[in-house]
Design a protein around this ligand. Structure first.
Ligand code: ZN
Ligand code: ZN
Ligand code: FE
Length: 754
């Protein structure tokens, strides 16, 4: 070995907890290299010794053949002095080794190797519903604490058998240090045979099935009776159910699927993907009533694969919960609370430590709109382009998710739910405690929304040992988009189009153009405020917003689905200004238009009316309605005591009253709803793009807020603003809705704390 060299190879990226070290070990052995590999705070360090030729091969293989879940950011090598010894070893990291980055992977769909074992009659894991390896299986949902080893997971009570143990101990095995490793003789077991559950479904009944992050309620998606029964029992009228289908071919049978969409469906994260329905499909209409899309996912646990292996079903797979409560994850909780919902229970004795819903993605052109970020994505960090104190950001009360920062990483939690429900409160506190514990973070700074009535804000006020920052809702939305895109502290134009957020002037904001950086913002433009009769009630009853927008037009008779006396009551309330806060929300404007067109007078779920309005729009129509811009002002309270007081600010009012007037005329004149909706969407895009042009400057534009789930607005604004020469940033990793709020709050808190 006269011409041997020893190289120090440093690898950064996602290389811990993803089977990277065993892969390095195997590869070194194959090439006859000596040396070692160990985890470091930044990633993995390798010392490899052998001929230069072999070393080059080694580096090449590290780059090209690494495990599917590993992501190499940077791989550098430099020569160091030769050492005696011919073995290659994995050096264990010790708990006390300073600040090792806790590397906790999200839950990952069953890999191809495990799938092969699952169906192979010779394999000892044949038909075993809990097969997993270092490349797949449960992670975040079973981890109880740090460091990540079996004793700190919900697998701790399962003692590995000889065969499993030797896999676990063998660095060249696919199951080396796979913490949830198990087999039929030593691991978790199902309570009933799968065939029993399948028979139940075939009879049109409902089965509660325990998954990775919680229970699903399943029934035959082609059986309208069964689906309707599930709706009745779950007390859910209209909100679409997700379905799970056997494989990609089955998905193609029922939906139009692009290459990118197929890629998403089959990705290790296995989200629910919103896809366009084909015509005349066997799926019951009641799965997604009045909806042109279907939420589809593929099997992601061995149990799912066993289910679909035996029967070609399309299954409804909806989270087992009531309204916006957290998903049910405990066996006892399931059998008691779902006693009147499910006919049969299929569960197992591997506890779920952290309940986590399925993620939901809407692919739109080159964008992926993450509508719900949970299983498969959490707890992957969002890298920030700056460092700061450890922040706990609490998000908002709707679609709550919290965020914890550690150095330059921001960890956004899974979707927690709506904090208006008391049932969600303990889950919210559990997630905070769990994530702090996993990340070994003690928050120094707390960030919350400015809305004093939010539960999350009240929780923040109860924590007295940390510095607290209250952050304006739409500033947080824009900062979330900035942070996700890795922007440094710079001025951007933020377009925040949203349902509702507390404004410092005491009105409800939600159709805003801000000039913002992480530290502060100024309001440059807004939708001209109208009254929101009934306050929060108006968000559930779009017809109220229609009455408000129709007030100047005396055209209330167009709302012929609403009893006249109810309309009169709302008008009187506006007259006397009783519970009629002012709002500049775009979400409420969408509600008003949907109600005027008779598409939806009531929201069965958040964003329902707006979703229906978008779906009816004819995408070949590119005409516009009129709108006006004018100057507006309001006295704005100082952001907080330290900051300069802001007295009367002048900004641009975007007035859609002319739009409403023309919509009413078109509606009376029997113009097709598809054209009216398209024109309305075009008008909103054109108005906001025009105002950005009026504002001038060359700052990049960030698009955020719940309305950015609307494909028409997202694509239209991106295109118009890019045509003006603007750089446009949107969300791809983090929800544009309030599920992404906490990331922006955290980034702002870091900067304000400087
Ligand atoms: Zn596997
Ligand atoms: Zn075993
Ligand atoms: Fe919002």
């Amino acid at each position: 070995m006269g011409n041997s060299e020893r190289w120090l190879i440093e690898v950064t990226g996602t290389v811990q907890g993803v089977g990277f070290r065993p892969f390095v070990y195997r590869t070194a052995h194959e090439l006859g290299l000596a040396g070692l590999v160990r985890n470091t705070p930044e990633g993995v360090t390798i010392e490899a010794q052998g001929t230069p030729e072999r070393l080059y091969q080694f580096v090449e293989k590290l780059n090209s053949d690494h495990p599917p879940l590993a992501q190499i950011q940077c791989l550098d090598h430099s020569p160091i002095s030769i050492q005696p010894g011919i073995a290659f070893t994995i050096v264990e990291s010790h708990q006390g080794d300073g600040n090792l980055t806790p590397a906790i992977s999200p839950d990952i769909a069953t890999c191809d190797d495990c799938l092969r074992e699952l169906i192979s009659e010779e394999d000892r894991r044949h038909s075993y519903a809990f097969t997993n390896c270092t490349n797949c299986g449960p992670r975040y949902t079973i981890i109880e604490g740090f460091p990540y080893d079996r004793s700190k997971t919900s697998m701790k009570d399962f003692i590995m058998c000889q065969a499993c143990r030797s896999e676990y101990d063998n660095p060249s095995d696919r199951r080396f240090h796979a913490q949830p490793n198990a087999c039929p003789s030593c691991g978790p077991q199902l309570n009933i045979p799968i065939d029993e559950a399948l028979a139940c479904i075939a009879q049109g009944n409902i089965v509660a099935i325990k998954g990775l992050g919680g229970f699903h309620l399943a029934c035959d998606a082609t059986n309208d009776e069964a689906v309707k029964r599930l709706r009745r029992r779950k007390r859910r009228d209209m909100k679409p159910f997700a379905i799970m289908v056997r494989d990609l071919d089955a998905a193609v049978e029922i939906c139009h699927i692009s290459d990118e969409e197929a890629h998403l469906l089959t990705s290790p994260q296995r989200p629910i993907v919103l896809l366009k329905k084909r015509d005349n499909i066997p799926i019951a209409e009641s799965v997604a009533p009045d909806n042109k899309c279907l939420g589809v996912m593929l099997p992601y646990t061995p149990l799912h694969h066993l289910f679909f292996g035996r029967s070609p079903l399309f299954l409804v797979m909806t989270s087992a919960n009531f309204s916006e409560e957290p998903i049910i994850s405990d066996n006892n909780e399931a059998t008691s609370r779902l006693a009147d919902v499910a006919d049969t229970f299929l569960y197992h004795n591997r506890p779920i430590h952290m309940r986590t819903d399925d993620s939901v993605i809407r692919p739109v052109g080159r964008h992926n709109i993450l509508m719900r970020r949970a299983r498969g994505y959490v707890p992957s960090p969002v890298p920030l382009p700056f460092k700061g104190p450890n922040v706990l950001a609490l998000g908002g009360d709707i679609k709550n998710a919290i965020c914890i920062t550690n150095g330059s990483n921001a960890y956004l939690s899974q979707h927690i739910g709506d904090l208006a429900n008391i049932e969600t409160h303990s889950h919210f506190e559990d997630v905070i405690e769990h994530l702090c514990n996993l990340l070994k973070v003690e928050p120094e700074v707390i960030a919350c929304d400015m809305h004093r009535d939010y539960y999350s804000t009240q929780y923040a006020n109860r924590r007295i040992s940390e510095q607290l920052y209250s952050i304006q809702h739409h500033h947080a939305h824009i900062a979330s988009c900035m942070a996700e895109n890795g922007l440094a502290n710079q001025k951007v134009i933020g377009i925040a189009l949203d349902g509702a957020g507390y404004g410092p002037d005491g009105t409800i904001w939600g159709g805003e153009i801000l000039r913002a950086d992480y530290e502060d913002f100024e309001r440059l433009a807004r939708i001209k405020p109208v009254m929101q009769p009934g306050g929060d009630l108006a968000a559930r009853e779009p017809w109220r917003m229609a009455v408000a927008y129709l007030r100047e037009l005396s055209a209330k008779t167009i709302l012929n689905d609403i009893p006249e006396n109810e309309i009169d009551l709302v008008e009187q309330a506006m007259e006397k200004d009783i519970n009629c806060p002012l709002t500049s929300s775009l979400g409420r404007l969408f509600d008003a238009v949907a109600a005027i067109l008779g598409i939806a007078t009531h929201n069965a779920f958040e964003g329902h009316a707006a979703m229906l309005l978008e779906q009816v729009a004819d995408d070949k129509n590119n005409s516009l309605y009129s709108w006006r811009v004018g100057a507006g002002s309001s006295s704005t309270a100082p952001l907080d005591q330290r900051r300069r007081p802001r007295a009367d600010l002048l900004f641009i009012n975007i007035d859609f009253q002319p739009t409403i007037q023309e919509i009413v005329q078109d509606s009376i004149g029997s113009v097709k709803i598809s054209n009216i909706s398209a024109k309305f969407h075009n008008t909103v895009v054109a108005a906001f793009a025009e105002v950005v042009k009026m504002i001038g400057g060359d700052e990049p534009v960030c698009l955020s807020g719940g309305c950015m789930q609307n494909a028409w607005l997202l694509l239209g604004l991106t295109k118009s603003l890019e045509a003006q020469g603007r750089t446009v940033y949107t969300h791809d990793l983090v929800p544009p809705n309030d599920g992404g709020l906490a990331l922006g709050q955290a980034a702002i808190a870091i900067w304000r704390n400087r």
